[in-house]
Design a protein. Sequence first.
Length: 401
Amino acid sequence: MIDAYLFDHVRTPRGKGKKDGGLHQASPVWLLRTLLKALQARQGLDTALVDDVVLGCVTPVGEQGADIARTAVLDAEWAQCVPGVTQSRFCASGLESVNLAAAKVASGFEDLVVAGGVESMSRWVMGSDGGAWFMDPRINQKLGFVPQGVGADLIATLEGWGRADVDAFALRSHQKAAAARAAGHFARSLVPVHDIAGLLLLAEDETIRPDASAQAMARLEPSFAAMGGMGFDATALRKYTTVERIVHMHHAGNSSGIVDGAALMLVGSKAGGIKAGLKPRARLRAAAVVGSEPTIMLTGPTPACRKALAKAGMQPGDIDLWEINEAFAVVPMKTARDLGVDLERVNVNGGAIAMGHPLGATGCVILGTLLDELERRDLATGCATLCVGGGMGIATIIERV
């Protein structure tokens, strides 16, 4: 099998996913166009050498529909021969794109692939594409669907964590993200977004709260108690019979933010890199996806990481840094506990609680953040992982070269 290398990574800032957010004026195609042009310029890339562009998008409707990958390639004025494909593995879509690109390279079918994702959540509301999971009462009942926030509260209840525990984790996310931004840790990969007239729309992640405090978080009401009371708690408790009641504790301050954003990564073989004049930064050691229990929905990262580690012949202690997507505070907390990983090695520059979760792009974002931080600290190995809607998990292990 041919080794797949990571050559470069770029991302937009993450803008608040509302009409007053910094990126609301930018269409999702414009976000991708911005990154494709930046990637081409910073690498002096002959785009005709790119065999495919693989993009994740969780809500592929409206401007995000109709294979946005190919649309963006043409809008960015890349070589006409470059195709594009759009896929969705829900929240894992951005990382799935990188893994698919690596698989294409490892098979020998392709030599150079651009992978990543996009989500404009201020323009296209999460869930607006429908699907049987949400829209078909028979499927909904049969699969025991509950909103992810109820699942997060159930995990916290099962694990014995209280409101102060999840709030403390969330506060640290904001503090770490604010410190990293101030120190310029995101600067290498961050591409500011301008409008068509050249005016700056957004240069930095918009939702980081340097002034976040435990006192302010304590005043926020739980977001999912009302949903639970509508019958979703009862649905969950029919499966989790050891729990008498679900204690609701997740809210806007300790859950991932709704944001707009995009990210790209350049993946290829050694030969493909040489031909394009690229220098490899890391090798993709292993990747894995798993299905997990679909009612609680958020426990997939642990088995996905174990599967990827086994394929790489590694143990959790062999990983220098971890990026565990902060869909909700309990997700990295539980994953780290399950794997025996010190939280000091997890999300060292903060995560989605502080900076937001642009669904189709996040997996690529956190893998790029991981790569940049491994280089900054002169460390060797990292693992990026996400929980996934529908009860799935994904993990990718990289090693610097």
